[in-house]
Design a protein around this ligand. Structure first.
Ligand code: CS2
Ligand code: MN
Length: 366
């Protein structure tokens, strides 16, 4: 298991590279060009800029999250071919700087959705919360306003330019069924996977969050059956999964350890997060500790350990602790605690006997 940490870039993240450097076992950054709109080809100068910053701190940039998919591709419009060509060129450029995994998602209009970004817990921390009845009754425009007003930084997946055309988008999706969306995903994958294969990159789809349709929009990446179908669309190692335990875990019917055992090497990237799911379907993001939520984090790490997982892993989200002012879900403290819990389990499952190579060379001292 290779630990990585999501970083939004200089001036766009409250967590610094110096801080990330001090979290045990983090070897690379999960990054993106957050200011390039979906559908555009990524400029090499901007990629190089991030590379320089990462190099200075000794981090690799093997994992990108996300290269966003333009809505015209998801809608299956004729203009999609142009955007697919841009996507392909971006894959080639990323391969040229050594990227190994590209995470993406195929959710119409909205990426993840929550009703409250700072729900107060009884211990004084706050966390992202999803209230099912509220979503059923809310106007999507209000949700956009809530998300953007409650965050000091633009939330990934909720970029203003993407949401500016909300009415038109809703209109366009009215005639797109789940089967249509599958077809559009298949068209996209058949177009890009040969390039990914040739470049040595694994594409890794992120499941829908939450894993059910919202606002009447189709959602197709929500269960083990769906992930199996995804893998069969193009049967290539380059067509893989970002297995997000937090997204899938919001539906307690999803057995995540079973997915790990079934999909194995087709999971190049693990997102690990716990959620507590309530009887009425609401859920809140909790600490990573198994006992704090509904998701069997210990069982998940055990499954990864058992299959000899050598892919990348990141703590998905964290709570906001100790008064930290940060991008919702992406503070330093709780994600760092999460990493130590994950390492604790991993080591307990068998790696603890591995000692540092040399004890007499002052390794690690500046
Ligand atoms: C992430 C997603 O912050 C999050 O909830 O897990 O936004 C994820 O980055 C995208 O869905 C991947 O395309
Ligand atoms: Mn995730």
């Amino acid at each position: 298991m290779r630990m990585v940490f999501r970083w939004f870039g200089e001036g766009n993240d409250t967590v610094s590279l110096d801080q990330i450097k001090q979290i045990p076992g983090v070897e690379g950054l999960v990054w993106s060009l957050h200011d390039v709109p979906a559908g555009e080809e990524w400029p090499m100068e901007k990629i190089e800029e991030i590379r320089e910053q990462a190099d200075k701190h000794g981090f690799h940039l093997d994992v990108v999250e996300s290269v966003n998919v333009h809505e015209d591709i998801k809608l299956g419009l004729p203009s999609r071919d142009r955007y697919i060509q841009n996507y392909i060129r971006t894959i080639e450029k990323l391969a040229a700087v050594g990227v190994k995994v590209i995470c993406y998602n195929f959710m119409p209009v909205f990426d993840w959705a929550r009703t409250d970004l700072h729900k107060m817990m009884d211990d004084g921390s706050t966390a992202l919360f999803f209230e099912k009845s509220k979503i059923d009754g809310i106007d999507p425009f209000d949700l956009v306003r809530t998300i953007n007003h409650n965050s000091m930084l633009t939330m990934p997946g909720w970029e203003p330019e993407r949401l500016a055309h909300l009415t038109t988008l809703f209109e366009a999706y009215r005639s797109v069924s789940e089967e249509d969306l599958w077809e559009h995903l298949s068209y996209f994958l058949n177009a890009i996977i040969p390039t990914a294969e040739r470049c040595g990159i694994q594409m890794a789809i992120h499941p829908d969050d939450p894993p059910w349709p919202i606002f009447g929009l189709p959602r197709i990446m929500t269960s083990q059956d769906h992930l199996r179908r995804l893998l069969s669309l193009v049967d290539s190692p380059a067509n893989g999964i970002t297995l997000c335990s937090g997204s899938l875990g919001a539906n307690p019917d999803n057995d995540i350890p079973a997915m790990i055992r079934e999909f194995g090497s087709r999971i190049p990237f693990a997102h690990i997060r716990n959620v507590r799911v309530y009887d009425n379907g609401d859920f809140i993001e909790t600490s990573h500790r198994t006992q704090d939520g509904t998701v069997d984090i210990a069982g998940i790490v055990k499954a990864y350990h058992d299959i000899g997982f050598e892919g990348y892993c990141r703590p998905d989200h964290g709570r906001h602790l100790w008064g930290e002012q940060c991008r919702p879900g992406y503070g330093l403290y709780d994600r760092a605690l999460g990493i130590m819990y994950l390492w604790g389990l991993w080591d307990a499952y068998g790696k603890a006997s591995q000692q540092p190579e040399k004890r007499d060379s002052h390794a690690g001292i500046a």
